[in-house]
Ligand binder design. Sequence first.
Ligand code: BES
Ligand code: MN
Ligand code: ZN
Length: 488
Amino acid sequence: MQYQISTNSAADVQASCIVVTLDQSGKLSDAAAAINNASNGFIQARIDDKDISGKLAQTLLLPAVAGVKASRVLLVGTGKDALTRSSAVKVLNAIASASSGFSGSIALALNELANDNLSEEWLAEQSAMAFGNALYRFTETKSKQDDDVRQPDSIIWLGSDVSAALNKGEAVAQGVAYAKTLGNMPPNICTPSYLAEQAQELAASGALEVTILDEDQLEEMGAGAFVSVAKGSSEPGKMIIMKYNGAADKNAAAHMILGKGITFDTGGISLKPGLGMDEMKYDMCGAASVLGAMKSLLALKPAINVIGMITSAENMPAGHASKPGDVVASLSGKTIEILNTDAEGRLVLCDALTYGIDNFKPASIVDIATLTGACMAALGRVNSGLFTTDEVLAGELQNAASHSGDKVWRLPLEDDYQELLDSNFADIANIGGPLAGATTAACFLARFTEGTPWAHLDIAGTAWNTGGKTKGATGRPVPLLVNYLLAK
Ligand code: BES
Ligand code: MN
Ligand code: ZN
């Protein structure tokens, strides 16, 4: 997508569509009024006929309005109250989906929507993200490409010079689209080796240094928790490390983001039920969000050091798979009793946490994982679960969430829950029983992060949409991660 800034009046801008707003009292924005005047009251007549009331996110498309240079006018309602971040996102999404089928350029006269809580920059950034979402298509595994796709190729922002915000929104949108595609990719293609290739391709396109650890190397170094999952599959497991060194001091401690990359989760010997099991291909969306965030960083080139790490395996039932009751030694030396082979995410993550902390001494770590059904049950598809005892990290992630709209909700991570993980036969059990499942999963990870500022994001509910036409990956939490890292 190309972006331009224009100070033309809404009636004079050359575009395939000009977007203007009205509120629920029927009051036209100045831009809408300019179009109304240029067209001898054409817009007001439509409102008088009750074609549109101005309800939040309501749209009305008017082709070829006389006196207006753009080929179409899209009228959009902004509701009755001052816009908040979340109502503004609804308006922008409605605009993007109503205008995403026209080729050429879409002119947005939205600067008047700025208020004390919403800056023009923020509106521009979110517009670029909204168009990215509306234009996204997954075509990788369809045999016929639709050769009749009409899509806009540029956005014209009417107002101040908000190019930096548009650039940022576009970079986030590219990271989101990439994460969606990885999450939507079928699990016979998107394997741990495929994720490793993706990292290498990203590195070839920009300033990234990539290291891949294979299963044999991991076994040799003693990453027994990781290997206990990977060994059940004939797809070899991988740990993937991507270093982005943008800071003036290349040796300054990096901020690490670590993603769970289970490219298919059958549950292993603790097999999951069959219904809907296809969706367990999205158990690598933590990894996808790390690749997506790295892609955005490569476009924005911020002056920070970031390590993106992915711990990737396929969780399968097999003759050589782990069994409930097995005890394995993790890279940290702690022994783990595997009571349920379906609690595999924490097993591949704990060794990655140990490896990351020992080898890179990161300034902070955020791990991102589709870790528990319990988190999805608690928070649904709205908020990702945020677990941390570090108040600074919590604040940074909450700020990034509220700026981006990629929301988080804090859930408890207290030592009082740790005893649920006690084992009679090992240092720790890999499940904590039926209660507080999202918290006991986080408590398990906490045992491997001592001394490093660390937060855990459970994205089981937010990385994927189920059902009908919306079924597929969401690209979350790429917007959250990028905003969090840019504010470092
Ligand atoms: N990948 C799943 C969690 C999950 C469930 C993600 C539903 C997305 C949608 C994870 O590996 C898992 O199976 N967790 C178990 C843990 C349990 C055995 C303690 C779960 O949540 O049931
Ligand atoms: Mn599982
Ligand atoms: Zn899983």
